[in-house]
Design a protein around this ligand. Structure first.
Ligand SMILES: C[S@@+](CC[C@H](N)C(=O)[O-])C[C@H]1O[C@@H](n2cnc3c(N)ncnc32)[C@H](O)[C@@H]1O
Length: 495
């Protein structure tokens, strides 16, 4: 095997002393190199200690010195690796790449072909050492192919300097964070903001993690971490800026081809709800009426209006209300959406009831009525409002509104749990009259569920059940019921 030495090098502590010597020699003698004959060059390359040099199989690992780093030092990631290569005449490269494709190096960030800096007419083609036989020689058939292209089949050792730029975010974090602990560079992207949810063991590295995510994701200029669970009424996070531009949380996102602008530090936005938003919109027909009780900045309301539905959208958070109005204008649906800034109960008892009464009194009404309630930690409690909601109004049991109510569940059977809690609040069974959808897994053992049901006439028009228990809500059938953060006990008692 011909042993040669090309490429830019730096000294590296992971290489033996002979390597260090060789690197220095090479760097210092670069200018002399051109004056040596081929025979003289070969003499250097076949120095006996060089024969021990192994190819690096794993090009995904930065230099070990980065372990435990908390302040990002990009230079410390440099590492010199030895890659098998073939020296090829430029004219045969493309045909050769096709013939040898199964042994070529495929590593994002490293080009398979690189110019030979000392010979204009030649390039080096990198091979994957893991795909070569143990002795790193090419087989008979490959040698034949190479010979047919006039390529010397001997494999060359090419010294290549890997830098911070060559590594992926996961590879960097894997090398930095303590071994054996979960490393995740996962985040939600909200416009130019990466939104992380770091675990305790990652916190000492939080600024480094934020910076790596900015470096490795085009268009992200700011990384924030959720500081606490959502605890305030408006369901927006407390967040800490980890890295990048902290001056502006104003951002712009696209969802289902519509644009939304908002201040991410002041309103609720979750990119993981896109599929759910689309699912609900797919249930609507042009002309239908949508009441969005907890509308946020508009991801149900605006696509519904685009679908030519009539929309009543509400949010208690003045910031959400402001951006909801803004986004209606931005998407040119401000004429179809009436926007409110009220508590959800007041919205239901006021504008929603008024419109329902009007709609239900219409003869030959075809529009369907939908009420969306996406405030999963609390929405079920708001269902009590519908008891006797239309009492005293002319009864019109046809085409009553369909409610889509969201909740969280930590129950073994989350959909059954969600349905039973909805039933308990309404005071009636929905068996056979509702559908439940698992929306997403929020955390280990915590699901977000949507329960959809037509509001029963018996709930809307009938008086409250008497205290003797006649007509009282059904007891939950499941023995596995667990109390959860949605003040379940309180809801059951009220029911
Ligand atoms: C989980 S977010 C849902 C936002 C939006 N519908 C979505 O799907 O992204 C719940 C929204 O309810 C609003 N909210 C919280 N409490 C409320 C209340 N009592 N009445 C009305 N809106 C409320 C919050 O400001 C927040 O925008």
């Amino acid at each position: 095997m011909k042993i040669e030495h090309f490429g830019t090098t730096t000294s590296s502590t992971s290489f033996p002393a002979s390597w260090w010597f060789w690197n220095q020699f090479h760097l210092e003698s670069n200018q002399l190199w051109g004056h040596l004959s081929v025979a003289q060059r070969k003499h250097f390359f076949t120095m006996p200690e060089m024969l021990d040099e192994k190819f690096d199989h794993d090009l995904n690992v930065p230099h070990p010195r980065v372990r435990g780093m908390t302040v990002l030092d990009r230079d410390a990631f440099k590492r010199v690796v030895v890659i098998p290569a073939l020296k090829v005449d430029k004219s045969s490269v493309s045909k050769l790449l096709t013939s040898l494709k199964y042994v070529l190096l495929k590593r994002p960030g490293i080009k398979r072909v690189t110019q030979d800096s000392k010979d204009e007419s030649s390039v080096f083609v990198f091979l994957d050492s893991a795909k070569l036989p143990a002795d790193c020689s090419l087989g008979e058939s490959e040698q034949q192919v190479l010979k047919s292209f006039g390529v010397d089949p001997e494999i060359i050792r090419y010294k290549f300097e890997l830098t911070y730029d060559h590594f992926k975010a996961d590879e960097i974090l894997q090398a930095v964070l303590p071994e054996g602990q979960e490393v995740t560079s996962g985040f939600s992207r909200v416009g130019h903001i990466a939104h992380l949810n770091l675990r305790d063991h990652q916190l000492p590295y939080k600024h480094l993690i934020g910076q790596v995510i900015i470096d490795k994701n085009h268009g992200i200029t700011c990384a924030v971490n959720k500081v606490s669970f959502i605890e305030n009424a408006y369901r927006n996070f407390r967040m800490e800026v980890l890295a990048g531009d902290e001056t502006s949380m104003l951002t712009k996102v696209k969802e289902s081809h519509l644009s939304y602008e908002f201040d991410f530090s002041k309103v609720y936005w979750n990119p993981r709800l896109e599929t759910e938003h689309r699912r609900i919109i797919s249930l609507l027909k042009p002309g239908d009426i949508l009441f969005d009780v907890f509308a946020g900045v508009g991801p149900f309301a605006i696509p519904a209006a685009k679908k030519k539905c009539i929309v009543f959208a509400n949010d208690l958070n003045p910031e959400s209300y402001k951006w909801l109005q803004h986004n209606c204008k931005l998407n040119k649906v401000d004429k179809q959406v009436q926007v409110f800034n009220m508590d959800g109960r007041d919205f239901l008892k006021g504008p929603v009831k008024e419109e329902l009464v009007r709609q239900l009194s219409l003869k030959e009404r075809e529009a369907a009525l939908h009420i969306v309630m996406n405030l999963p930690a609390m929405a079920i409690e708001f269902l009590e409002v519908f008891r006797q909601f239309l009492e005293g109004e002319p009864a019109s049991p046809e085409l009553l509104p369909t409610v889509h109510c969201y909740c969280f569940s930590k129950h073994d059977d989350p959909t059954q749990d969600a349905r039973e809690r909805v039933e308990a609040c309404l005071g009636t069974s929905l068996e056979g009259h509702c559908s439940t959808v698992l929306v997403r897994n929020v955390a280990p053992h915590k699901e977000m569920v949507c329960v959809s049901f037509r509001l029963p006439a018996s709930v809307l028009y009938k008086p409250l059940p008497c205290p003797t228990g006649a007509g009282s809500p059904p007891e939950p059938t499941s023995k596995r019921r667990r109390l959860n953060e949605d003040s379940q006990e309180e809801v059951n008692q009220k029911a």
